[in-house]
Each structure stands twice: as C-alpha cells, then as structure tokens.
Design a protein around this ligand. Structure first.
Ligand SMILES: Cc1cc2nc3c(=O)[nH]c(=O)nc-3n(C[C@H](O)[C@H](O)[C@H](O)COP(=O)(O)O)c2cc1C
Length: 259
C-alpha cells in the first residue's frame, strides 16, 4: 500500500468497524488513589513534554555538533565494565539501558545536508565517537528509503539503527534475547529524539522503511544484522507537516497535565 491507500483504508475501517478503546480507566477496581500532579516544569519532564514528532524539515543544513549530540545521546559510551573478574571483554556503559550490557545496536547516518559532511552514508563508531564513510554513490531520495513517505523529503539526516542480534543472543540464546534486542531500539531512539528536542530540531521516528534500500545504504545484509528503526532529523521549518495523510495534529504543543 502507498500512503494514500493506507489513509483510505483507515477511513474505511473507522466507518465500518467498532473503535478499540485507547485507554483504560480505574472504574471498577476496589479503590482509586489520585496521584500527585507531576512537576511538568522539571528539567526532565519539560523536555519530554516538548518532544513531538514534527515532519516540517527546513532545507537548512543540520549542524554537525547537533548530529554528534544526538548520536551520543543514543549510542555514546560513557564507560566500560568487566562482567566478571576473569572476563576478557569489557561491556560498554551507555546512556540507555541494555539487556546484559550487550548493546546490540550500531547506527548508520544517511547524511543529506549536514555541515562538514559530504552527502553519503556513515557508520557511527560509539567507541571512537567518529563517523566512517560507508558510501557516497547512487544516493536514493529520502522518500525512496522511507517507503514513499514524501513528507520526509526535506529531512537533513536519517539515523538508521541496525541490530546485531548475535551480540545479545550470545548471552540469551532464546526468545527473550530477541525481544531484548527489539526493545532497545526504542530506548535509543527516544534518547536521540530528546537530544534533538533539546536543540529545537525537527525529529520523527519511523518504522516504515524499504528494506532493500536499508541494506543498500548500510551494507548490512545478514539476518543477524538487521535494520530495525529509523529517526529523521533536521532543522524545523515553520510549516509543521508538508503532507501527512493520516491527518494527525502534530503541532499541538501544550501538554495536558493529568489530575
Ligand atoms: C514505532 C513507531 C513507528 C512510527 N512510524 C512512523 C512512520 O512510519 N511515519 C511517520 O510519519 N511517523 C511514524 N511514527 C511517529 C508517530 O506517528 C507519532 O509518534 C505519533 O503520531 C505520536 O505523536 P508524537 O510522536 O508527537 O507523540 C512512528 C512512531 C513509532 C513509535
């Protein structure tokens, strides 16, 4: 399905099927305990409240230091620890939690317009905090990479998160290991989105990617080394959404305080 077909399907489905409740209240339980109002002005919560998926990317180049901060927030290493005294390996400590400290993700940056970077695909080395050029030939459009999502076309950079399943499944060779790897993409992406929000950037995560393009860009073609999640980054334009067939209001910014 292309995005327009997908939107038409949603409209048809909502007209012909019963809505699924999207939250569960506490009526019916033995007691309800009202919680203190969250301090939305605190550093952490106010940053989290400001994060919104914003698809209005300007044509201005992304600053390299802003990209660097986003990558560090998602995958940067802050220390190493030996898992046990006899171990020869050192597990990296990062800004996100990781099952068994195995840190299975690598990031690839598809740089379209980043200050100081030629357009191309780069691998982020967390240990070196550096970018390695993977390729700069035959670069696809962002819409081609993101399965026809034309509203991402002005994105300055895509961060592609590639899972190395063997890292985690060496320690957890069972379904939990697989679940752990998939879960961690969310932690990493959220940190990248929050770092981008702190810098006033436009950012949105997406799962909709053309797998052939992901393999072409990252050169990771094995089942055990597979692209999972992508984050689009750039400077904000004043037009919030160039085109969004799902008609989601992405520019409402006032957080609703519970309670
Ligand atoms: C796993 C996941 C996949 C998503 N995929 C897409 C996508 O393919 N395209 C898109 O425009 N937004 C995508 N989004 C963004 C959601 O539409 C957005 O998070 C949601 O509308 C809530 O808005 P908020 O991010 O501003 O809170 C995705 C979000 C998540 C968590």
């Amino acid at each position: 399905m292309d995005p327009a077909q997908s939107a038409a399907r949603l409209v048809e489905k909502s007209a012909t099927t019963e809505a699924v409740p999207l939250h569960q209240d506490n009526q019916g339980y033995a007691a309800t305990i009202a919680l203190p109002r969250p301090e939305l002005e605190s550093d952490a919560l106010s940053l989290m409240c400001r994060r919104r998926s914003y698809r209005g990317f300007s044509d201005e180049a992304l600053r390299l230091d802003h990209l660097s901060e986003c990558l560090f927030a998602g995958l940067g290493i802050t220390g190493f620890v030996k898992p046990f005294a006899e171990s020869e390996e050192q597990l990296p400590f990062k800004l996100t939690p990781s099952g068994g400290g195995r840190n299975p993700y690598e990031a690839f940056v598809y740089a379209r317009r980043v200050d100081g970077l030629a357009p191309g695909v780069y691998h982020y080395s967390a240990r070196e905090h550096s970018l390695g050029l993977v390729g700069e030939q035959d670069l696809p459009s962002v819409a081609e990479v993101l399965a026809g999502q034309r509203w991402f076309e002005h994105t300055a950079a895509l961060v592609l998160l590639v899972a190395n399943f063997e890292r985690t499944m060496w320690k957890y060779p069972h379904p939990t290991g697989y679940r752990v790897v998939l879960l961690e993409a969310g932690h990493i992406a959220q940190n990248i989105l929050l770092a981008a929000t702190a810098r006033g950037l436009a950012c949105t995560p997406t799962c909709a990617i053309d797998d052939r393009q992901a393999v072409r860009l990252t050169k990771c073609a094995q089942l055990t080394q597979s692209h999972v999640y992508t984050i689009a980054l750039g400077n904000r334009s004043t037009i919030p959404t160039v085109m969004d067939p799902l008609h989601i209001a992405h520019n409402s910014s006032s957080p609703v305080a519970p309670g």
